[in-house]
Ligand binder design. Sequence first.
Ligand code: AP5
Length: 230
Amino acid sequence: MDLLLIGPPGVGKGTQAARLRQALGIPHLSTGDLLRRHVAEGTRLGAAAAAHMRRGDLVPDELVTEMALDRILGPSCAAGVVLDGFPRTPAQAEALDAALAGHGRRLTAVFHLTAPDRTLLRRLTGRRTCGDCGDSYHLDTKRPRTPGLCDHCGHRLVQRADDTAETAHARLAVHTRQTEPLLERYRPTGVLHEIDGRGDADDVTRRLLTALGRGAAGSSAFLAGGAGRL
Ligand code: AP5
């Protein structure tokens, strides 16, 4: 089962992808997380990507596509994957469709998550992430047990460099201009589901599972400790 979460920055793709991973037992692939790891490790790819990410622009297709497809076609994703943040351009989508088809796979479902801009901006500017394990928190809706420290590994929480109000606005504009047109690629294929990303994270997870035909049966294990309503 290959699933794609598509939607503006802050709509909850990462939050929901982690829950789908738990519910469905398939891995979660975030190109944003992979790129941030390259930047932190100072790889050549990271050095080439860093300035684009700081500005809120997309990283060029040729840098991202190979990195993503390597994972998607690799052994860890052989039974399927929850894609979060890839593809983001028509060229990336074409490369993904061709690569999946070459392995007898296709996207099972594409979920388009939406929320008003004011909600997205509050989610982005209030987000704090663990500088070590990458766990995600929010100043209002998902506070750590000890202020400023990760519940999971105890490391310090930091604000992502691209979560300032100015860069968040730029990222929203980039999404509208470069990524939203992808929806017209998926709409005619019958795999596209429009999902309301408002409300608390549990509500959104239920909507996703219902669209997948899974209902919320047996979901209590991963419908716990989620982000509050925003
Ligand atoms: P990436 O890391 O993918 O960022 P993004 O798409 O902008 O998405 P975010 O991670 O900001 O938000 P999200 O939708 O995952 O929300 P989250 O669940 O965290 O990409 C970063 C950069 O990398 C890009 O700008 C680009 O430069 C580059 N890049 C990545 N992929 C690329 C590609 N394919 N091609 C080119 N460049 C690429 O939630 C946000 C906050 O809200 C959290 O604090 C969370 O706790 C809270 N929250 C979530 N859901 C709820 C809820 N229902 N109620 C209340 N709070 C909630």
